[in-house]
Design a protein around this ligand. Structure first.
Ligand SMILES: [Zn+2]
Length: 131
């Protein structure tokens, strides 16, 4: 019985370590994006304080919350509007192209995030921008 309990605990530990690493990566990305954006909402025309990291393709849809090409910093207001799907501009093609170019200027390399779960479409967009 003790052996089973030990094995169970070890599985839980491995899982929670994996989750910890994921959270650390997400927090690091948010900090990086905050530095690059001067902690401002990244929606063009908005200059509010950024508070939230929004995933363009949600993790429930296999989007990668640690991929800078899948994440945008938003102020609370715009994140709420986006979450409530009142306005769909974040999925607008022009916005996504703009975001990719912005990330490249910030020093992120698309090839480092090529298999970021859901970012393939963005990468194809990037190829067509480059060409
Ligand atoms: Zn905003």
């Amino acid at each position: 019985m003790k052996k089973i309990q030990r094995s169970y605990n070890s599985t839980l530990n491995r899982r929670s370590k994996k989750m910890d690493k994921q959270l650390v990566k997400e927090r690091e990305l948010k900090n990086q994006l905050m530095l690059h954006s001067g902690s401002r909402c990244e929606l063009p025309g908005c200059n509010n304080q950024a508070t939230d990291k929004h995933e363009i393709i949600e993790r429930s849809q296999c989007g990668d919350p640690t991929n800078p090409f899948n994440c945008v910093l938003l102020c609370r207001l715009h994140h709420q509007i986006q979450t409530d799907r009142l306005v769909g501009y974040i999925n607008d093609e022009a916005f996504l192209k703009w975001l990719i170019l912005r990330r490249i200027k910030q020093g992120f390399r698309p090839e480092d995030y090529g298999c970021g779960g859901g970012s393939d479409n963005l990468m194809r967009e990037h190829d067509s921008i480059g060409g």
